[in-house]
Unconditional design. Structure first.
Lengths: 305, 273
């Protein structure tokens, strides 16, 4: 009887206790300690010469190089996107020769190292000493010495654009493939023609799937501009190298370059986040959380993992 | 034609004094053949659709009804045969004893004479309901933006979506999306409306609202591929029964649904009714 009396008719549902993860916490403490020690050894290392780093961070030559890095990245990305759309359109062509040419382009520029391509373009004059443009069978033509045309900068623009263009072509192709075929049919059914379907219906939808890989590609491109230092492109790393080749402050100047790359990446990642949010405007609000909630979810997921 | 409930539609019919048998058919299909690889989906289809009538295409899956509908606006190429909408041949021009596919421009012009409503709605997800309806008039017909907006608003109100016209498709139910799809087709002022199983992708409770909207369009020339036999009985002027890529029989709903001549029609109706 007493037992029955002690069991209430309506019972509170039992709450779930938080599970303890002692091993995980131990690992976290050990790792945090290791990171702290490494950070301390870097920060307190006299060879880092933080004073020199601070001195050169806003140096005019460094800032000049930073500007060239940004300029190169923007110009090459713009060219790469144009190349990407054109090549992706060719890949979809019904003509096997056009398809073949675009496939070989993508294959060639993705299969050879960027560094090799950059050095090749820089030395183009060895292959073609003169650039001649003319109208066939009319005798009208103009010729320029290749060495006057190809500087470190133009070789960089050529190399980076053509290389990045091959990757962009694949991104655009993937984006277009992700648009359901019913979209093209709907556009055709209201009497749209090929070009209008591309610009009004398929590309705008493809852009949404293209933004994350394009963002990665752009971030890669910004870092790839540092390869241009081997042909003296005048960008951030070239200028940092020029300075340390005179004063031998190698590590501090590499730190300056690294700091600026980090700043650029932080800006780009944030911009990409807001861009993705903006193109998702046709999604219900739950699918485009604010930066804060997204960070919170990320941290929670990391904790769980 | 069930015009008693729709005074506007009956008035329109009253203004057309010519008896139906003397009218030039709005859609004329002659000897259309179509095969996908080894499967012959259409085996010489002939069909006339009179203006201002509703035609329902019935038949088992794989009978070719959707393919036939898609040939009428050249979403599907044919292998032989001709299709005319309002006297204009669709997709091909006969020259030297052969059919030559028309240019992109001519095909687009032919498609403007037909409006299509899809089973999966196919609304443009990156545009609001209003923008979906305005897209054709503004970008294809080059109408003035303000006029197109006024007309699109009217059409969306007509299909009962005046309140939701600034919503994106993802924020609309299936029934609402399909009603936007109908408004988008109507905005082009097509001669013929083609419906490809317009309610097949809908939850059962949403079918009614879409059928109600289609019912209100009575008086236009419509070709509807459907599995809703009740709707076909009520709204169709002509029922066309297809099987195995050909038209087995056609006639009034009473004739085809109540007294089918072909045993295959009878068999199909016994299974779906």
């Amino acid at each position: 009887m007493t037992i029955l009396a002690q069991t209430p008719a309506v019972e509170e549902p039992l709450p779930v206790a938080r599970k303890a993860h002692p091993g995980r916490w131990l690992a976290a403490v050990v790792l945090a300690l290791a990171v702290a020690l490494l950070a301390r050894s870097l920060v307190t290392n006299p060879n880092m010469q933080w004073g020199v780093v601070a001195h050169y961070t806003f140096n005019s030559i460094i800032l000049q190089g930073l500007l060239v890095t940004i300029e190169l990245s923007v110009i090459c990305q713009a060219f790469a996107m144009i190349i990407g759309v054109l090549v992706a359109a060719l890949v979809q062509s019904a003509n096997p020769i056009l398809r073949g040419i675009s496939a070989v382009y993508v294959w060639f520029f993705r299969a050879t190292p960027l560094l090799v391509q950059l050095i090749f373009w820089y030395n183009l004059a060895l292959l073609f000493p003169h650039l001649s443009l003319g109208i066939p069978f009319t005798g009208m033509s103009e010729s320029w010495p290749m060495n006057a045309l190809i500087s470190g900068y133009t070789a960089a623009v050529l190399g980076l654009s053509l290389n990045d263009g091959a990757y962009m072509a694949e991104i655009v192709r993937g984006g277009l493939l992700a648009v359901p075929p019913g979209q093209v049919e709907a556009a055709q059914s209201i009497g749209m023609r090929r070009l209008k379907i591309l610009t009004r219906v398929t590309l705008p939808q493809a852009v949404k799937t293209m933004i994350p890989p394009t963002g990665n590609q752009f971030i890669n491109l910004v870092k790839s501009t540092s390869l241009v230092s081997v042909i003296g492109g005048g960008e951030l790393l070239t200028n940092a190298q020029n300075i340390y080749s005179q004063n031998f402050k190698v590590i501090p100047l590499l730190m300056v370059a690294a700091i600026w790359y980090l700043v650029l990446m932080a800006i780009l990642s944030t911009a990409q986040y807001y861009l993705e949010r903006w193109v998702a405007k046709d999604q219900p609000a739950a699918h485009r959380p604010s930066l804060r909630t997204r960070l919170a979810t990320m941290i929670r997921q990391k904790e769980r993992a | 034609m069930n015009t008693a409930e729709h005074p506007a539609a009956s008035a329109q019919t009253a203004q057309t004094p010519a008896p139906p048998d003397r009218l030039e058919p709005m859609v004329r299909i002659r000897g259309v053949h179509k095969r996908f690889d080894k499967v012959e989906v259409l085996r010489g289809v002939d069909l006339d659709v009179q203006p201002n009538t509703t035609t329902c295409l019935l038949g088992p899956s794989g009978s070719g009804k959707t393919t036939l509908l898609r040939c009428i606006n050249h979403l599907e190429r044919v292998d032989a045969g001709q299709i005319f909408v309002d006297g204009h041949q669709v997709g091909y021009t006969a020259r030297g004893g052969k059919l030559h596919e028309q240019s992109d421009k001519e095909i687009a012009a032919a498609r403007r004479r037909t409006g299509m409503v899809f089973q999966q709605f196919n609304l443009f997800p990156h545009r609001t309901a209003l923008e979906n309806v305005m897209e054709g008039p503004v970008r294809v017909l080059r109408q003035d933006k303000h006029e197109a907006r006024t007309r699109a608003t009217q059409l969306l109100e007509q299909v009962g979506l005046g309140e939701r016209m600034h919503h994106y498709p993802t924020n609309l139910s299936g029934g609402q999306q399909q009603r936007v799809g109908i408004a988008r087709a109507l905005a082009m002022d097509p001669k013929v409306l083609l419906f490809d199983e317009p309610t097949s992708a809908l939850d059962p409770e949403l079918v009614g609202e879409v059928l109600d909207v289609i019912r209100c369009l009575d008086g236009r020339t419509m070709i509807i591929v459907t599995h809703e036999i009740g709707f076909a009985r009520e709204c169709a002027d002509t029922i066309v029964f297809m099987d195995g890529g050909s038209v087995l029989e056609q006639g009034s709903p009473q004739d085809v649904l109540n007294n089918p001549k072909s045993p295959r029609t009878e068999n199909f109706l016994r299974r779906v009714l």
